[in-house]
Write a protein that binds this ligand. Structure first.
Ligand SMILES: [Zn+2]
Length: 175
């Protein structure tokens, strides 16, 4: 079976606090495209449907999460004081915040995408594993991670954190 790649477009906002002098320190947005690469657990063998699973079964839940939870979310570090603003003034919008340990960079987002999609594949018993994630932040800037530069086991994400849960979550506010 061949490797599969799926792309999805979404809009997002974020702000990065590590460098207060950076123009990224104020909220701003990008229209991004995420492309994931999946490889099957077994090599291809001719016969029958000649596919391990229909495309719709493999990408359906992933794209629903991108469309309903990621599109138009606001990505913030979990220590960002702007979270307190939303808690106090606009608590109904807390569900639109995607939270990160550390700054919500495109690198961190790609890693979270890897973990979330992996959780969906495991829960749906689909015989694929994630082997690459590309996030096109702008037409000229892309972050790409693959097994050589990202290891889900040693990345430091806690076991019950939202990226590892096979649900629609993007934060921990309701836990
Ligand atoms: Zn940005």
């Amino acid at each position: 079976m061949a490797a599969l790649e799926f792309s999805r477009r979404y809009s997002m906002a974020h702000r990065l606090l590590a460098d207060p002098a950076s123009k990224c320190a104020v909220p701003h947005g990008h229209n991004e495209i995420v492309t994931v690469r999946l490889e099957p657990a077994q090599p291809f063998i001719f016969g029958g449907a000649n596919a391990i699973a229909p495309f719709s079964a493999i990408k359906g839940r992933w794209h629903r999460w991108i469309d309903e939870a990621v599109d138009h979310c606001f990505m913030v570090g979990e220590d960002d004081p702007i979270i307190a603003f939303f808690r106090e003034r606009e608590p109904a919008q807390l569900k639109r915040l995607m939270t990160f340990r550390g700054d919500p960079t495109t690198e961190a987002l790609a890693a979270c995408f890897w973990l979330k999609l992996s959780a969906f594949l495991v829960e749906d018993a689909l015989p694929f594993r994630v082997t690459g994630v590309r996030v096109e932040e702008t037409p000229t800037n892309t972050v790409a991670i693959h097994a050589g530069v990202f290891d889900p086991e040693t990345c430091g994400m806690p076991a019950r954190a939202w990226p590892r849960r096979a649900d629609m979550s993007i934060n921990e506010f309701d836990r």
